[in-house]
Design a protein around this ligand. Structure first.
Ligand code: CAO
Length: 583
């Protein structure tokens, strides 16, 4: 066995191209001509095949690397005889590069295109045809990037065509407005086929060469000459020839037919520009469902996928691979989020320890909290409100009702005050519509308020249904019952579901402010801490006032900071004087 270096073949004048896919890994057995990597310029992509059969020993490139002719791609272990042959076969290995070279040559050929444009039906209208693609026959239109009425720039991509080895975008030979499209998805096209008719053409871009017969003739001759030079026998051409539009037909025909069992078979189909777009957004193309011909992924598919992920309607596989429990989160290496690994520490080195399994509720709520914390662009507004009179009223009410055994809590007032604020600012009582990829809001016309309850087993969120239709006393009673059920672990699923807004009160415990995590798919949550008597300036003197700290967390996709501030101010006004809720 011998070790052979596999390098980037002749790709013409292209200085550097990006490695966008690596189709093999160390240990893989590859056949001669099996695709190893995909490289891409800004106009075309191609797969670079192996020059020999063997076993991949070492990869020398990574995704995103820039490579050029002669760059080392990988080390291949091949049989000795094959290694001996390889030097001789090296000249044919770069053949595939000619395809790429030609693909690239396709894009910037306005001069050749201008020649074709000489057949324009009238001045101001230009026919855009398939440029010189040599003997390459019947390429399929896999993407039409423009529609009638679109204004296009010179060299703006109009359609993407695909052979069995490469896809390429065909640019417009002139600037103008698309008057007619002459191809549709799935059509087979060849050199010279009419793609579109432009009108209102920017004559400066296209006309000068298009209407000069002597130049047209010269170009036509040059084109004929090139085709004659580029017969299969001249599979290897000089880079300069590629740049001037060398035919790729001979080279393409010399390539092996696409092998569906090769590693490329499972790869998503998308044009170079769509791949680039997906990479910029960090979208894993293999998870995107293509709506184009034969499942081809379009720009729109990438946008739709992104919206779905942002709204929470869809999770990427990486997100799904995230831990199902908070405990697992700490064990996870963070790779799914592209984070550095979670520290793994042997705590026994520092002192005695005891390991205890987390409760089932903590594991479940932890996983939900993790998702909500990561996926919601959450902001928290802190504010204080004056509840001096309200607390005095609450205390006196409880004294009057001592015999009834019903204790009115501050939380019951908070629930009623929140209902009033939710009615005034309905987006706080909404959810992103997961069905429409998060591009619409569902405004709830009910007011079911969840409240966080601290239980021995962990955090639970029972829900007071239809809080708008209930009085303070009824809410207080119901809250006491639900809190007790939560502590006893006896809450039914229906008693914990359907909340449109949640309050988390730490008032009975203490603290100043905190940043509660939104309970998705709700879009906001109110955190409340312990009220304290504070000196408040009334314009003349400092007055002792009971101030309640409020922390409102909101989803910035749905709510703006100004709306959040208004919500908090209004909530404070209601708690300061409940008569305002009647206005
Ligand atoms: N400021 C000052 N005192 C307050 C207060 C506030 N904001 N809120 C409640 N209190 C007082 C109450 O008046 C009560 O005092 P008395 O015993 O003298 O009447 C005492 O604190 C205890 O109240 P409570 O907590 O039993 O009752 P509650 O209605 O305020 O709350 C419940 C009920 C279920 C929400 C609460 O028991 C609880 O579990 N809170 C924790 C919620 C939680 O864990 N949130 C964090 C979620 S994020 O991890």
């Amino acid at each position: 066995m011998a070790l052979v270096e596999v390098k980037v073949p002749d790709i013409g004048d292209f200085d550097e191209v990006s490695v966008i896919e690596i189709l093999v890994k160390p240990g893989d057995t590859v056949k001669a001509e099996q695709s190893l990597i995909t490289v891409e310029s800004d106009k075309a992509s191609m797969e670079i095949p192996s020059s020999a059969a063997g076993v991949v020993k070492e990869l020398k490139v990574a995704l995103g690397d820039k490579v050029k002719q002669g760059s080392l791609l990988l080390l291949l272990e091949v049989a000795d005889a094959a290694a001996a042959d390889l030097a001789g076969s090296a000249a044919t290995a770069p053949a595939s590069a000619q395809e790429f070279k030609q693909n690239e040559a396709l894009a910037p050929v306005p001069s050749t295109q201008a020649a074709i444009n000489s057949e324009a039906p009238s001045r101001g209208a230009v026919e855009v045809r398939v440029p010189d693609i040599g003997d390459f026959k019947d390429v399929t239109v896999i993407e039409v990037m423009v529609t009638v009425g679109d204004a296009v720039r010179l060299e703006q991509s109009l359609v993407t065509v695909e052979s069995d080895k490469a896809s390429m975008e065909i640019p417009s030979s002139a600037a103008g407005v698309i008057k007619e499209l002459k191809v549709k998805l799935g059509d087979k096209v060849n050199i010279g086929d009419l793609l579109a008719i432009l009108e209102g053409v920017a004559v400066a871009d296209a006309a000068p060469t298009a209407v000069r017969p002597e130049l047209v003739e010269g170009l036509a001759q040059a084109s004929t000459l090139r085709q004659a030079q580029d017969r299969p026998s001249s599979a290897r051409t000089e880079p300069s020839a590629a740049a001037s539009g060398t035919s790729m037909a001979a080279v393409v025909q010399a390539l092996p037919a696409h092998n569906p069992s090769a590693p490329t078979a499972g790869l998503p189909h998308a044009s170079p520009s769509v791949r680039k777009f997906a990479r910029e957004l960090g979208v894993p193309l293999e998870e995107v469902k293509g709506s184009g011909l034969k499942g081809r992924i379009t720009d729109h598919d990438v946008q739709t996928f992104t919206r779905s992920v942002m709204s929470g309607a869809v999770q990427t596989l990486a997100a799904q691979a995230q831990p199902k429990t908070a405990a697992a989160a700490s064990a996870n290496d963070g790779a799914g989020l592209g984070l550095i690994a979670w520290p793994k520490v042997d705590f026994t080195k520092f002192g005695p320890v005891e390991r205890k399994e987390m409760s089932r509720i903590k594991k479940i709520s932890g996983a939900n909290l993790l998702r909500n914390a990561i996926m919601i662009p959450a902001v928290t507004n802190h504010d204080d409100c004056d509840i001096t009179e309200l607390e005095a009223f609450r205390v006196s009410t409880n004294k009057e009702n001592e015999k009834s055994g019903v204790k009115v809590t501050m939380l019951a007032f908070l629930i009623k005050a929140c209902v009033a604020a939710l009615k005034k600012y309905p987006e706080f009582n909404s959810s992103l519509d997961a069905e429409s990829d998060g591009s619409a809001l569902i405004y709830k016309q009910y007011y079911h308020i969840g409240f966080a309850a601290d239980t021995p087993n962990g955090l639970m969120v029972p829900v007071i249904k239809d809080a708008d239709k209930k009085g303070i006393m009824q809410i207080s009673v119901e809250m006491g019952e639900l809190a007790q059920k939560a502590r006893d672990g006896k809450l039914s699923p229906s008693e914990m579901s359907g909340a449109s807004f949640t309050i988390s009160s730490l008032g009975g415990i203490g603290g100043r402010y905190f940043t509660p995590i939104i309970n998705a798919p709700e879009v906001s949550i109110l955190g409340v801490c312990r009220s304290t008597m504070e000196p408040v300036w009334d314009g003349k003197t400092f007055q002792p006032r009971l101030m309640l700290p409020l922390s409102l967390t909101w989803d910035h996709r749905v709510i703006d900071g100004a709306a959040a501030a208004r919500f908090n101010v209004y909530l404070g006004q209601i708690l300061g004087d409940f008569r305002r809720a009647l206005l």
